[in-house]
Design a binder for this molecule. Structure first.
Ligand code: ZN
Length: 317
């Protein structure tokens, strides 16, 4: 059986409040794949992101052919792709994380690069379709995508760094990783927060805003669950396989993305004809952001090999 109880584990393998259900930390790739069908504490982490990863494509594909002709669809396509990539990368990291310490780190580094790219995809879509009309063409609008490109690379770097420091300084690691997810999200959402604020003050126009509101609520909930380790922190061992915070975090994040896709789609539909950017102004930032995030992953992976881990970090003591 893959799902075994390992009472004391490598420090960066053990999760707070989760006592049992860990997989053997040096499993083969085949055993990792099989473990998706056995109930370990990772099983639902794998499926809660693997299944929804295909959803934005199904949802978007009937419209893609029609949407491809007008150039306004490019930011939407890049965004949809990033919405598929991040759950796939996450699901892969959770599946193969039991192979070795190095595979585990590399898997999550790639997961963070995909999350950084998703934050950039969101920014591209917001910049093209979701900005308040009175901000269009202003300084903030002009700087918005370049800053989002920088954020994607910085967030990937910060999240990767958080894994490297975590064994020695768990609190710093967790805080750095939470900030790496939260900062790009908060920056990207400034136009949305503005619209939601204006909606509260002056009343709402259009069907997209309530969906943006749901996405915002779920994103905040995901952040709370992720940072608090609730509910397993209150009852360690009770939520090992079902209902622990990381599963809830996945569900909140993916439901939030679902509402975000719908909101962006509605914003795009409401746009006047010819009001969106050309293909290159999507493809160039996306290429730079994704490329920079991958370069950061390569750097962090290389430093993993150089940094000598304390020998205790390798032992099942
Ligand atoms: Zn996860």
């Amino acid at each position: 059986p893959i799902s075994i109880r390992v009472p004391i584990l490598i420090p960066d393998y053990r999760e707070r409040g989760i006592v049992s259900g860990y997989r053997e930390p040096r499993s083969s790739a085949a055993a990792c794949l099989l473990s998706a069908f056995q109930m370990s504490n990772e099983t639902l982490n794998i499926w809660t992101h693997f299944v929804p990863a295909w959803y934005p494509q199904f949802r978007g594909s009937p419209r893609l052919a029609a949407a491809l002709r007008p150039r306004r669809a490019w930011p939407f396509l890049a965004y949809l792709l990033s919405c598929c990539l991040y759950p796939l990368a996450s699901s892969g990291a959770h599946t193969f994380g039991a192979m070795s310490r190095r595979a585990r780190h590399l898997g999550y580094f790639l997961d963070y690069a995909a999350l950084g790219t998703y934050s950039l995809g969101s920014a591209l879509a917001y910049s093209a379709y979701a900005f308040p009309p009175e901000w269009l063409g202003g300084t903030f609008h002009l700087c918005y995508v370049p800053v989002a490109v920088l954020n994607a690379a910085l967030a990937t770097g910060l999240a990767c760094y958080s894994r490297i420091v975590e064994p020695a300084r768990p609190r710093l690691g967790k805080a750095a990783r939470t900030a790496a997810f939260a900062c790009p999200y908060l920056f990207d959402s400034i136009p949305i927060f503005y619209r939601l604020g204006a909606c509260a003050a002056r009343g709402c126009a259009g069907p997209a805003l309530p969906l943006h509101g749901r996405h915002t609520a779920l994103a905040l909930l995901a952040g709370l669950v992720f940072a608090s380790h609730l509910p397993e922190r209150l009852a360690p061992g009770r939520f090992d396989r079902l209902g622990h915070s990381h599963q809830l975090f996945h569900v909140c994040a993916i439901l939030g993305t679902h509402f975000q896709v719908e909101a962006v789609r509605m914003d795009m539909a409401a746009l006047p004809a010819g009001a969106a950017p050309a293909a290159l102004s999507t493809l160039i930032p996306m290429g730079i952001g994704a490329g920079a995030s991958l370069a950061v992953v390569a750097l962090c992976s290389a430093s993993l090999g150089r940094v000598q881990q304390p020998s205790s970090a390798w032992k099942l003591h």
